[in-house]
Structures are given as structure tokens and as C-alpha cells.
Design a protein around this ligand. Structure first.
Ligand SMILES: [Zn+2]
Ligand SMILES: [Zn+2]
Length: 320
């Protein structure tokens, strides 16, 4: 089974995105790139170099529903006629459209984000949404954990690896332990656990960082020999990356706990202290990062949490 990486330009800060062509029946593309002229042209060029055209695609599989990964899904599906689009059900419908719905707004209020900043973030994401067409829930086929995507000469096993988003999935070819991991594994940066409502109970927050650590550990049990990520080059030494991620997360957690240590702090306060220079575009991700670390530290019993009106305030654990 041939897995062919194709790099596509994006208008986003993160830079190019990797999509993966599985060049045998049924011809499958894993992720699509954003909905831009530049990305579709680069995709056509990459497909042609591998001996294919968009009209050959039968399956469009999405690692997750961020615009840089899913943006062209509808255009490709329509052009390829009978192509089927697959995504995990926790990624569909309103759940991935960040900041659009009341649930998202209430998560930001709880995080202590001021009203005018919420409005700025919302406007910013309206600008991002033009890079993807939306799909109705019934237009997707679900990706289920442990199910197989069959190909002529082998298969890819679906692994639900939540964390970066609730419905993020990875795909493993067990014959040589090659993994396609989307934004779950990135060579140079630790992926951001994006603030989302819990797919099972939208009044709650998805425990993104705790879930992410489980996903990383689960991937480790397969002893991957090669991991293809959503951005940057492939990872050959997963063990090294795993240890590096865990260390980075522990270091950041210690920093978060020290910020909370005096008078208490909201996630918004913590995000400002951690990332004082994050501009508009990154403020939402900075808040996501702060919330994720505060949630994990709280679930590990390292900090306390109390409600002040609608806002959550984290405090040091009182000494006995
Ligand atoms: Zn992403
Ligand atoms: Zn990405």
C-alpha cells in the first residue's frame, strides 16, 4: 500500500499542511488542505505526480475538522462524484465550529475571558471559517475506533486519538507500524489542546489535555516506526518525541501552578501571564492552552477551583 505525503500551502501561521494519498483502490486521501486556490492547485499537482486525478478519489478521510485539514472536503467530494467523506462523529456538526455557539461562549465566560475579547475571538474565527465548507451531519460516514479502512493490498486501522480536538483520529498500517496522526503528533511543536465542549455533555468542557496524554500513550503501545503528522516532517523516533512532549507538559504545568499560587487566577489571567505577546489570532489558543493545563492540574489535585459568579478561579491548595 503506497502512502504518499503531499504538502499544501495554507494561509495560516502554522504553514503548510500535509495530506496523505493512499494510491490504490479505493483511492483515498487523508485530509484535504484548506479551501484556497493555491491548495487545490498544489493538490492537483501532487496527485498528478503520483499518477492520479481528483476524479479518481473514492474516499476522503479527515483526521479532524480544522479548516487546514478539512477545507476542501466538499469540493473534492463533488468533483470526485462518488467519493465518501469520513470523520469521527465527535468532530461533526456544531462541535467543531469554534466560538459560534452558546456552549463555546459559556466556556470562555467560565475561563474569565472579557466580553470584548470574546467578540474579537469570534470575529477572528469568522474569518477562518471561509477556508472550509460546512457539511451536514448526514453527509459524513463515521470513523469508528478500531475499525479498518480496507485497501487492495492491506488496511489502515482507525485509532480515535482525542486531545487536539475531541474527534481527532490516527491511522495505523500495522504491517510496518506506520502511523498517520494528523495534529496529534507534530515534529516540532506540542499540539494545542483546543478548548471544546464535551461531545457527550456540551455543558462540560472536554478534558483535552488528559485525553491527549492517554492518546499519546496509546500510540506508544504500537511502537510506531514512522509517524506522519499534519504539519512538518515525519517522526522516526516516536519514543523520543513522547518523552519530550511529557517533559514539556510537566514543565508548563509547573509554570501554570506557580502563576496560580498567590491570589488565585482565571484561565484568562494565566494565558496572559504565559503568553503576554500572543496577538488576536493566538489569544484563543493561548486560553485553550491555559484551560487545558489548569484542568489537568486540578484533576491531579494540584490546584483548587472555585466559582466566582460564572467565572472559574483557580487557587493554590490550602495548607492543612
Ligand atoms: Zn488542528
Ligand atoms: Zn493542523
Amino acid at each position: 500500500m503506497r502512502i504518499i505525503p503531499i504538502s499544501l500551502p495554507t494561509p495560516f501561521y502554522i504553514g503548510p499542511v500535509n495530506v496523505y494519498l493512499v494510491g490504490e483502490d479505493p483511492v483515498t486521501i487523508i485530509d484535504t488542505g484548506p479551501k484556497t486556490k493555491e491548495a487545490i492547485e498544489a493538490l492537483r499537482t501532487g496527485l498528478r505526480a503520483a499518477g492520479f486525478r481528483v476524479s479518481d478519489i473514492r474516499r476522503i478521510v479527515l483526521t479532524h475538522a480544522h479548516e487546514d485539514h478539512c477545507g476542501l472536503a466538499r469540493s473534492l467530494r463533488d468533483e470526485a462524484k462518488n467519493a465518501e467523506v469520513f470523520v469521527h462523529e465527535w468532530e461533526t456538526g456544531h462541535r467543531h465550529s469554534r466560538l459560534e455557539y452558546a456552549e463555546h461562549r459559556s466556556l470562555l465566560v467560565r475561563a474569565g475571558v472579557p466580553e470584548d475579547e470574546i467578540e474579537t475571538m469570534r470575529r477572528m474565527y469568522e474569518g477562518v471559517r471561509v477556508y472550509a465548507d460546512s457539511f451536514a451531519d448526514h453527509e459524513y460516514s463515521p470513523l469508528s475506533d478500531e475499525a479498518e479502512l480496507e485497501f487492495e493490498s492491506g488496511s489502515l486501522r482507525i485509532l480515535h486519538t482525542p486531545g487536539h480536538t475531541p474527534g481527532s483520529c490516527s491511522f495505523i498500517r500495522e504491517a510496518d507500524r506506520t502511523v498517520i496522526a494528523g495534529d496529534c503528533v507534530l515534529k516540532r511543536i506540542t499540539p494545542n489542546p483546543v478548548l471544546s465542549p464535551d461531545p457527550i455533555d456540551s455543558s462540560k468542557r472536554f478534558p483535552s489535555l488528559a485525553e491527549y496524554l492517554v492518546s499519546l500513550a496509546r500510540l506508544r503501545t504500537f511502537a510506531p516506526t514512522l509517524v506522519y503528522g499534519g504539519h512538518g516532517g515525519p517522526v522516526h523516533d516516536y519514543e523520543e518525541l513522547f518523552n519530550r512532549y511529557f517533559r514539556a507538559i510537566r514543565v508548563r504545568q509547573a509554570g501554570v501552578i506557580s502563576i496560580v499560587s498567590n491570589d488565585g487566577a482565571t484561565a484568562w489571567d494565566v494565558s496572559l501571564a504565559m503568553f503576554p505577546d500572543a496577538g488576536d489570532v493566538h489569544r484563543f489558543l493561548a486560553v485553550s492552552e491555559a484551560v487545558a493545563h489548569l484542568d489537568l492540574a486540578h484533576s491531579e489535585g494540584k490546584i483548587a477551583l472555585e466559582l466566582r459568579g460564572a467565572t472559574e478561579v483557580y487557587k493554590p491548595i490550602a495548607a492543612d
